[in-house]
Design a protein around this ligand. Sequence first.
Ligand SMILES: *Cc1c(COP(=O)(O)O)cnc(C)c1O
Length: 374
Amino acid sequence: MIKLSQPSIPKQALQRVVKVLESGMLVHGTECNKFEQELADYLSVKHALVVSSGTAALHIALLSLNIGPGDAVLVPDFTFAATANAVEVTGAKAVAIDVERDSYNIDPVILEKVIANWSYPETIKAIMPVLEFGNPKNIIIYKSIADKYRLHLIEDAACAIGATYNNKNIGTFGNFGCFSFHPRKTLTTGEGGLIVTDCPLLADKAALIRSHGMSRTPKGIEFRSIGLNYRLTDFQAAIGRESLPQLDEYITKRKHFAELYIDHLTNLAQKGLLTLPRLESGHSWQSFMIVLDNNIERSKVIRQLKDKGIESNMGAQSLSELELYNHSYILNSNYQVGPNLFSQGLVLPLHEKLNKENIIYVCNSLKEVLVSDA
Ligand SMILES: *Cc1c(COP(=O)(O)O)cnc(C)c1O
């Protein structure tokens, strides 16, 4: 079976994990502190805090910016549900903005229109764009819109570690950048996440919320704010520390496979059977998603690929299509792209353990499935 995704764990990570477990120091300690320094260096950012998941990172970012009841946060319509859930649990409303067909990221024109014409009782406090599947497109535009309207910018870079825009790392443009180390992402610690910022005050707030609002002073432990427990463990950090030096190599490999996919699927795209993603510069290719033509039944394609030994899947959700957020400001403007990507998006296998022949086999199999069907 050619798997959709497979985590890469370097062999040296196993020994390092054993060492941590034998040391008896299991929760946040030396390994987490060193991992944070290494991540801050890698991303060129002042403060990096490891946390228990990407969702925890988003929740901490929102709480640190005092976002809650009476507030609205703008998110993409096409994303994983965690983006909206993190907003909704604070008591704020997640407002879905439709996305672009070529990048799957928030459409900046619709974004600015929604802000300029806002007439609901809630106050818009932040823009929380997703750099979908590692695509850095529009980050500069989101930043300028946030600055223009004096809104916070929280980057949901959960699937975008290592992505860059003009050589600056995604996750370092906003007030906060949030990353996930779930096994489905390019750098993994099992569960895990990261929140980064250049602002020392926000870093301090985030660190308190991560760990019960506690801080250590010469006099002992003080409780300075309300907080939760969103810490990473030292044995998870040990895995991350051995993996981080490999990250750029992983991304190079993924980019090469994405190029191969595009080369070998262009023919089907020209026939109108599918739409391909663009080779955006700085893309980190966490996933490779194509969009099937509306006349093609995706579930059938997934089944037929499975019969050929290939795993494939849908890409992400459309918030406006999920019943869950109907009470929220799913704007009655008609969503077009997000729902289409939700129903016709197809993610193909992409990970470090694949080779060129695997990718070509997937392309040829897809051709057989789509052309015999047409
Ligand atoms: C994976 C992901 C998350 C959630 O990260 P977890 O570590 O699983 O909590 C949030 N947002 C996006 C866009 C993601 O891809």
